[in-house]
Design a protein around this ligand. Sequence first.
Ligand SMILES: [Zn+2]
Length: 284
Amino acid sequence: MFKNSIAMSRPLLKVIKVLVVVSLLTILTQVGGIIYLLYFLVKNRIEKVWANTTRLRILKPILFVGMYFLFSLTLVPLLARYYGRVPLPIAGDATLKPLSAITWIFNRHYVKPALKDIAMGTASKLSKRYPGTVLYYLDANFPFIDGFALWPHLSHNDGKKLDLAFCYLTATDGSRTNKTPSFIGYGVFVDPVKGEADQPSNCKQLGFWQYGFMEYLVPQGKKEDFVLDKERTKTMIRLFSHNKQVKKIFIEPHLKTRMGLVHDKIRYHGCHPVRHDDHIHIQI
Ligand SMILES: [Zn+2]
């Protein structure tokens, strides 16, 4: 009886496991869930003709990773064009780059062609003014479907949104650097100092626990090694604000004041999203 119920529950457990994996991959990468289902079909076929379990155990992850990269780097960019989205540059000596490889590996670097032109044009102007400067992008959008949010950014769902890292100075000698205190660009904040507007504290007091939660997920060990490069960051934000197609730029109020940024496109975003004193958000 007990043995029978175990035997009956095995297929059910397998289905649940597949559903969990597909859901997770879909939330994180949008297309990973579909690729996993294709891999599952291929794997089942191979298992029927190839009974060597040791070899199969080695082959299966290689097969999935291979299929994932093959689809992500070839088919997905082609199909994304039908949804009016293109990938941002991921390698080479471009002045616009992803800060973290996770961004492009997880297909989180798709935007409308107009936004790609704006970001690349701004990066090029910034590097002309400050030679050697690389503008790092963070999360953008998934390749397909308007309304499909890029978790945890609910508004990044239409190809029109892009997050960008700040520019920094090295704390020890004040020299310009392309390095950042956070390996993903988020979660290491340029906190308000005494006398500045402190919206992070206000939001926390109002019960918006998510506002600063990235600080608990990202290592803070390099925070004191960097200082915000007000000059380069201000220039970057002003270049974006002067572009007619850019409609909104989000940044924390204390940094807007600290950098002397005056433009009605540069706004505060409220307590519902996350802190914007580690990156800026632009939208067209
Ligand atoms: Zn954003």
